[in-house]
Ligand binder design. Structure first.
Ligand SMILES: [Zn+2]
Length: 238
């Protein structure tokens, strides 16, 4: 089956790769649960990763994200992340990478134009719509940093519970799915929106790469049980 999928990769003019938590887990990215250690053990992540929680106690939520950033920065992109970045460099414009992961590992591996559906934990954005006074580079250092003119606060650029996915990024992902010849769905169970929807609207063939069975296996053109770090380098080499 690998040879068949390799042939599809070589023939495809436009490939979409959709990655989920399994891709990060292979690099050892700590999950929400893993991050609940030490003083954080008393907090439920679902009660920290919300706008309501941030407004109620900005420094607590900011510090929790600072702690998670420290954990994630120690983790390295794996061979699967690197294979995707290398393919995109060799074949400009042929691969669109969509990820549900917020850890920035694809970006650190060198993948260009990553469509990060749930944001990037290493980026900040303003909590409230920025005014002309709000300059992220001039924000006053703090927990969280803030605008000294209006008090607007910086927050992590991730999609919190109860928030919409970023509209433009989701639209770009949907367009890419509808236009692709081949979609590789990597390290996601397929249950969580929008992975399932994107896979089902894919115009081309759909290949699932995951160590365990997924909800998308029934409708896929091929299922490759295994790890992204092992299979992607094989599939994407020229
Ligand atoms: Zn301001």
């Amino acid at each position: 089956m690998n040879e068949q999928v390799r042939a599809w990769v070589r023939a495809a003019r436009h490939i979409v790769v959709l990655t989920g938590a399994g891709m990060s887990a292979e690099s050892g990215v700590p999950t929400f649960r893993d991050a609940q250690t030490g003083l954080w053990a008393q907090f439920d992540p679902q009660q920290l990763a919300t706008e309501e929680a941030f407004r109620a106690n900005p420094s607590r939520v900011w510090d929790w994200y600072a702690f998670r950033r420290e954990m994630i920065i120690k983790v390295e992109p794996n061979a699967g992340h690197r294979a995707l970045a290398a393919f995109a460099r060799r074949h400009p414009g042929r691969l669109t990478l969509i990820t549900q992961n917020v850890d920035g590992l694809h970006q650190r591996a060198g993948s260009p134009g990553v469509l990060a559906l749930h944001g990037n934990i290493f980026e900040d954005k303003w909590l409230d719509t920025p005014k002309s006074c709000c300059n992220a580079h001039a924000a006053v250092a703090g927990s969280p940093p803030y605008c000294d003119r209006c008090g607007n606060m910086l927050r992590p650029n991730v999609v919190w519970f109860g928030e919409m996915l970023p509209v433009e990024i989701l639209a770009a992902a949907e367009d890419a799915a509808r236009a692709c010849d081949l979609m590789l769905v990597v390290g996601t169970s397929g249950v969580v929106y929008p992975a399932a929807g994107l896979a089902r609207t894919a115009a081309g063939k759909v290949v699932i790469i995951n160590p365990e069975p997924t909800d998308l296996d029934d409708t896929a053109d091929a299922v490759l049980p295994g790890k992204a770090a092992e299979l992607l380098p094989q599939l994407l080499e020229d």
